[in-house]
Design a protein around this ligand. Sequence first.
Ligand code: NOJ
Length: 747
Amino acid sequence: MHMKIKKKIALWLLCCCAFGQAAAQDREDISLNDKQSFISHLLEQMTLDEKIGQLHQCSGRGNFTGPDTLHLPLEEYVRQGKVGTMLNIIGIKEIRKYQSLALQSRLHIPLIFGLDIIHGYRTGFPIPLAEAASFDLAMMEEAARCNALEGAADGQNWTFAPMVDISWDARWGRVMEGAGEDPYLGSKVAEARVKGLQGEQLGDTCSMMACVKHFAGYGAPMSGKDYNSVDMSMGQFANFYMPPYQAAVEAGAATVMSAFNDFQSIPCTSNRFLLTELLRERWGFKGIVVSDYSSVEELINHRVAENRKDAAAQAFQAGLDIEMVSQCYLRHLKELVQEGKVKEEVIDQAVGRILEKKYELGLFHDPYRFCNEARSNRIINSSRIRNSSLRMAERSVVLLKNERQTLPFSDMIRTVALIGSLGKSQFDMAGAWAGSVDRSKIVTLYDALIQRGIKVIYQEGYDIRSGKISSLNASLQAAQQADAVIVCLGERAEQSGESKSKANLNLPEGQQLLVEELAKTGKPIVSLLMCGRPLIFNEVRRHSPAILCTWWLGSEAGNAICNVLWGKYNPSGKLPMTFPANMGQVPIFYQYKSTGRPTRPHVHYCTSYIDSSTEPAYPFGFGLSFTSFRYGKPEIIPSDHPDHAHAFLRINISNTGSRDGEEVVQLYVQDKVARITRPVKELKGFQKVFLKAGESKTVTFPITDETLGYYDNDMHFTVEKGEFIFMTGGSSHDTQEVTYFHPFSKI
Ligand code: NOJ
């Protein structure tokens, strides 16, 4: 036998024996050499109870991300082999503790440890929606890489990310976790994040398993209420919601999480169409499917299951491998096998998939390989990670308004009035899902200003809880004494995220009134919008000469914002979600379909409101720069290689301002006449280009089946022949057109 393999087996046996358990004789026969034979040998030795244990996931104590589980005899369960994976165990010490208990189980099968690393493990990164605003895929891949580096260095093997749910509804608090409203952008971001998290291969001690969630349609709950029912046609699903899940699976995501909601009247957790027919049979997914937190048991609340046993049967038969937390599998699967309702071979397949991931992660070779304190100390908060967090944060900022060249500040601005407690709050700058992030290392805007030697006159201005003005006179005085005023507006971190749906997206009146009053001082005012979702702030838009959407930017928030304010970084972000002008417009998105009575100004019988415009406050893809860009006329260029592309679209772009800058060149398409109703425009390409002041570049987009096609109501991908209108520009509302004629159909 090869020496290296011999060594590995010896190592495995050694660590099992180290816990006082003589490794079973049959275990000694198992060679670690070949994954498949290792797994089948191991499976042969497992009792049905042990197999069911692998399908059970438990949450650690004290870090709940759902209903608590304090009553469980966790340690005992793990020692008895009744747990296959765990979530919410944080820190090497705790992970070692549970891993050593798992190794005391009869077959010494190690645990996988999972955690929601949504925008940073110890070092905070911008919330995912903010990162998506960068349209910078390489940077998002690097951000995900950094999240995995830190998590894996501290013992984690699995993160429940990326969330790839498309949403048009900012009332839904979880829009902050995704990439916004657009399926094309969402797919590209999903792919980048999976690659970043998983790296070259699982088993590197710097990679983690990704988990695509929430499959499927979770971003479209009725009325924007979290966990609410979802009802959509198959065509709607396939064209608008499905693409990012598929892209993430095709990028190699190791795991998928089923969603809490129902899909076509069957809860996703027990939805065989989603979990088996689409995911496994159509897309060829080979990894693990995990439920969301207690969602198997929640089949009873959905009123599709009579009791826990029925819930276990339905979820398992649908194709769900791991049950997160609720224990219906643990308690009832055995009985279901005995009654012939669940086949043991199918259990073997599910367990096989879990063992396979444990094998690929290298946990059979060394169950503690992710638990290395020296590596953890070296990697966590290292300069690479801090730098990446800073670069990601700068790129996530969106400049929404900049009148009278308020920004960037000149070096003459040495004294600022900083108004609003969000600018001083480490907690809020970390963002909504930052449970493990080291908040004491968050650089707030206040800290960053001070570190740069700026004199800061701070005033709370308004009460963050009530939204009412709390110190008007003092704020006005601060403004009078300063060279410029920075007002930090928005939401607290705990106001977006899971179970944080809102019926009102308006910025509190007090915050808006304060800006109006401050504007009267005539000082240069910049309003910063710190938030996890699109908000409505019409008075601020009216009165503030400059507005930046800074979201929640993580550990380097303050430094990133200062770099933008003083022009060290020229903002390049574009909105990944439409910002509504009023609540009645929500849900709002740019990709609406043509109706029989399309929206037209001054026409009565058309798709519109009688009491509001249909125009958003800021459209998808919008974002300004400190420089200006001019787009040339787009042209269609024939292709010499029709296998690769049917044609190309070419456009010239020039930086006409006096500063270097980056522009996100966006490509939209409209299928002029189709067999089914199609959107007025759809994003089908983008490129982020850097242009020096005065520089011009040519950008080329290939026109392929993916650019032109759509899914029909039976989920067949179709490309129709005929005219397509291509639109290019720096936002979904500011484009130039060219027509392309596609000569043949493909069904
Ligand atoms: C519930 C959330 O919906 C999901 O996104 C998360 O991964 C799990 N809880 C585990 O924390």
